[in-house]
Unconditional design. Structure first.
Lengths: 735, 182
């Protein structure tokens, strides 16, 4: 309790005396003892270990609970992904828990069109009966595959089980085709393993770190930023390739302000220098790789002088940086990137990054990429589904993306427009992903939605997609629920649990309960052979021989460290068809794609246009957190970064409101301009995730601009179907 | 070493700081700082012209000055020097007159909605329990280090002895105790 001086006087004698006595203040009645230190008293009377869901990194946290309220969230020192420290978002989890705009009761749209938000509050039974009834009807009329699940976040696992039981494999997350899919494919083709999340980077031991459009420090994946800073403190050198002077560029020895879309030219020229000068790891390549001869021939004419004309990076800088990068091998890490859906040749670019890392011998080496391990826990046995689902119709008719190893979210969306895919969709279940902002071309998403018989939204907050739903099932936050337990691949084996710190607020329910109730109504109770997710997790942990009480108290169980690099004694193996690192990819060749990464010159913006680039801000996870009032105290909107000279020539100054107009005439919301030296003159930059339109997001609505709206064009990756989104051009106009 | 001889300082490694503002939010949560106020903040100092640029990011807060102008200018004695040189405000002695706010060279103070002047306390309530200040504890980059500069074995002392450092507004003569490592 904070007692102010004025309150102190007003409260008067008796009660105050008792309070003061109780708190030990009696001896210094007016608090005049200068040694008295005010305690804000935010420590919990209970501290509950769980893991974060403000992004998808899964850091271990400790939730302090006092009088039934979460007062603060700090890092769990036992957890290898947080090591007791957190990013701003994790610190701000209370802003989600206590967001006044949370979905509180199930909602049903009984009248009006989708998106008009004519919802009525209904009971859980009514909402679940309605949903299950519609799902049963769709299954009867069109088959179970006519229902798609879009899911992002740890709690989605229960809905995936529901879908398996129901009979559909059409399960997609925008985190694949709209984000990191191409990278996983590029590395899988080269090393036989994806990079995964959390990325298997031994950054803290790297001597040279090369970032190509990776915004560490703005992109706040906790462990990765911790390791980046550790490397810096140990004297690591940094090379940053970015059209924008990012936070990381401010830490770099070399900042290469590359012309957007020309990264492959730079990568090939770097490799040209490294191969021509014999700076690569000859032993490693001889022992582990195939296709070096083809690579060498491919690189012969990719000189620094050639790359200069494409990238605008001076040839001598290319040579110097190539030597710096190669000089530190194998502890030289060229970061694989995370959000890589840029130009439609993203698999080829990430292949080029993988090949460069192979030349440095950094895969499976200390200071490079460790080989992750995980701790498994037995699964609950579930029946084998009776129905064998038809394959996903996620590519246009006649098109095959040979290396797509996950379902394409935008492909399912497109197939919802009748006649586009192999069959049509009639139902969507959308769990924790705001498809309106997460997919490009939101107008198309809205068009697709109008063809559905059912759209179910399961979410914590009323994001835009929720407004288009027929039925809204309010999930409680990560701080109020159990989730499934599963392995996280990392440099040491561990298992962490998500357990509730406080009971669900309002009428919100955990995802497991919602999925299980739907399964029961659809006749699939046998896929959820337990009554309570907490008991299920405890039973599985006990079955694996773990001390359940100890895990609940610490939030985690850690296994013995095992070798994860050759320096620890690991023997490397590669799950490629050849069993080797495939510098030249026979798989790509067999699929009719170039076996070595070709450079394709990007389309140029017309005169007066700028390439639209987008990224992150440390306090937010794209649109998921922009309604979080606690986090928004440090960042509450986006602005358009424009090169200062360009802004001056256009008569624009910082703070002035501008509108972006894209090549197809789509206009953005007006936002302030940031005239800055920190960006090239040929592009503009905004932070993604703003420009919310949902009236129920009372804080976020109307703040900033929505870059997804301006992405009316994408360039599709022929290898895996990802949607390159850095291919839109805008003009900047006074608002 | 006696408590009186302690000299609490903070070092801020500008080479590591990414300006993520976890320190700002952790402080707000720990100290229940009201909405719209903060006790620490981030300054991004970018210099030069495209493409020759340099950046310095600083996590800033009260400097707990050795010759604190706020303490000198406080008419009620609310602003005072506590253990380890930490400058604190005794809430119920503060009249909210703002003389300290005017005197502070660092704009580190604000009027709490409850009427008293508030600012960074170096989380002395935590330090007394053997914990680190909330900002130090959360910082993912290890930018912030807190400790007793009078203790030769302390990490802060070692940082100050081995790294180049500077303070904000040295000309104020206030003797600030937050050091920026460059």
């Amino acid at each position: 309790m904070a007692t102010t001086r004025r309150d102190f006087i007003r409260i008067g004698g008796a009660s105050l005396g008792a309070a003061a006595f109780g708190s030990g203040l009696f001896t210094n009645w007016w608090g005049l003892d200068p040694d008295r230190v005010h305690d804000p008293a935010t420590d919990g009377d209970r501290v509950v270990p769980t893991f974060c869901e403000l992004c998808f990194w899964k850091c271990g946290v400790l939730a302090h609970v006092k009088n039934g309220r979460v007062t603060k969230i700090v890092g769990n020192p036992e957890h290898p992904l947080s090591r007791g420290r957190l990013c701003p978002r994790g610190t701000g989890g209370t802003g989600l828990l206590y967001d006044p705009d949370r979905l509180k009761k199930p909602l049903l749209r009984r009248r009006g069109k989708r998106g008009e938000q004519t919802f009525e509050e209904v009971s859980w039974d009514a909402a679940l009966d309605f949903t299950a009834g519609k799902l049963e009807e769709i299954r009867r009329k069109y088959g179970p595959e006519a229902v798609a699940l879009f899911s992002h976040g740890y709690g989605g696992s229960f809905f995936k089980t529901l879908m398996t039981a129901y009979g559909s494999n059409n399960i997609a997350a925008p985190s694949y085709a709209q984000c990191r899919g191409a990278r996983e494919v590029g590395f899988q083709l080269t090393f036989g393993s994806p990079v995964g999340s959390p990325e298997n980077l031994d950054l803290s031991n790297s001597r040279v770190i090369t970032l190509i459009g990776s915004h560490l420090g703005e992109n706040m994946h906790n462990t990765q930023v911790q390791d980046f800073a550790l490397a810096l403190s140990r004297g690591a050198q940094v090379v940053v390739v970015d059209p924008r002077f990012s936070t990381a560029a401010g830490k770099a020895r070399y900042w290469l302000p590359i012309k957007p879309g020309t990264d492959i030219a730079l990568l090939l020229a770097w490799m040209h220098v490294i191969v021509e000068e014999g700076l690569y790891d000859r032993d490693y390549i001889e022992k582990y790789a195939t296709g070096f001869g083809e690579l060498k021939a491919h690189l012969a004419d990719k000189t620094p002088e050639w790359a200069f004309t494409e990238t605008t990076i001076a040839p001598e800088t290319i040579v110097e940086t190539a030597r710096l990068i190669a000089g530190a091998r194998p502890a030289s890490l060229v970061h694989p990137g995370r959000h890589v859906a840029w130009y439609g040749d993203d698999t080829q670019r990430t292949r080029a990054i993988a090949i460069l890392n192979a030349l440095l011998g950094s895969w499976g080496r200390r200071g490079g990429f460790f080989i992750p391990v995980s701790m498994n826990v037995p699964k609950v046995p579930t029946p084998v589904p009776a129905h064998k689902p038809r394959p996903a119709p996620d590519a246009p008719k006649g098109t095959v993306y040979p290396f797509a190893d996950e379902v394409l979210a935008h492909g399912l969306c497109d197939a919802t427009i009748p006649g586009t895919g192999a069959y049509d969709f009639k139902g969507w279940i959308v769990y924790g992903t705001n498809l309106i902002q997460a997919l490009p071309e939101p107008a198309k998403t809205v068009r697709a939605i109008q063809n559905l018989d059912l759209l179910v939204a399961i979410d914590v907050l009323p994001a835009e997609i929720v407004g288009y739903a027929d039925v809204v099932l309010p999930e409680c936050t990560y701080l109020e629920r159990w989730d499934d337990v599963g392995p996280t691949p990392w440099r040491e084996p561990f298992l962490a649990i998500r357990q509730p710190a406080v009971p669900p607020l309002y009428e919100s329910k955990p995802g497991w309960w919602i999925a299980r109730e739907l399964a029961k109504r659809l006749g699939h109770a046998d896929f959820f052979p337990w009554d309570d997710a907490g008991q299920m997790v405890e039973a599985r942990l006990a079955k694996a021989g773990h001390d359940v009480a100890r895990i609940k108290a610490s939030g985690i169980v850690r296994g013995k460290p095992v070798p994860v690099t050759t320096e620890d004694g690991l023997e490397l193996s590669f799950k490629t068809p050849s069993g080797k690192i495939e510098l030249s990819s026979a798989q790509m060749a067999a699929a009719g794609l170039p076996p070595l990464p070709p450079y394709t010159r990007p389309e140029e913006p017309a005169s007066g246009q700028f390439r639209l680039l987008y990224g992150r801000t440390p306090a937010h996870t794209f649109g998921r957190t922009t309604n979080n009032r606690f986090l928004s105290q440090v960042t509450s909107g986006n602005e358009v970064w424009v090169n200062a000279r360009v802004a001056m020539e256009k008569g624009l100054s910082s703070g002035e409101k501008v509108v972006l107009v894209n090549q197809d005439g789509v206009r953005s919301e007006p936002v302030p301009l940031k005239a800055t030296q920190r960006i090239r003159p040929d592009c503009v930059f905004v932070v993604h995730g703003y420009g919310h339109t949902s009236p129920r997001l009372q804080f976020a609505k109307g703040r900033g601009l929505d870059d997804a709206k301006l992405m009316t064009r994408t360039k599709v990756d022929p290898a895996m179907g990802g949607t390159g989104m850095n291919v839109n051009f805008v003009t900047v106009e006074k608002a | 070493m006696s408590a009186a001889a302690k000299r609490y300082v903070m070092t801020v490694d500008t080479r590591l700081c990414v300006g993520c503002k976890a320190c700002v939010l952790a402080c707000k949560a720990e100290n229940a700082v009201p909405d719209g106020f903060c006790r620490d903040w981030i300054v991004e100092d970018v210099r030069g012209e495209f493409p020759r640029l340099s950046a310095e990011i600083r996590s800033e807060r009260c400097n707990h000055c050795t010759a604190a102008p706020c303490v000198k200018n406080c008419p009620t004695g609310a602003s005072h020097v506590n253990e380890g040189g930490v400058v604190l405000v005794t809430h119920n002695k503060c009249s909210g007159c703002k003389a300290c706010i005017a005197a502070c060279p660092y704009d580190a103070r604000f009027v709490h909605p409850a009427g008293y002047v508030d600012k960074c306390t170096f989380c002395l309530h935590r330090v007394r329990k053997g914990l680190q200040p909330a900002c130090v504890s959360v910082c993912p980059t290890g930018t912030l280090v807190f400790g007793d500069a009078g203790d030769p074995s302390s990490e802060v002392r070692q940082k100050l002895d081995t790294r180049r450092s500077k303070v904000n507004h040295p000309e104020s003569g206030a003797g600030p105790n937050v050091y920026f490592l460059t």
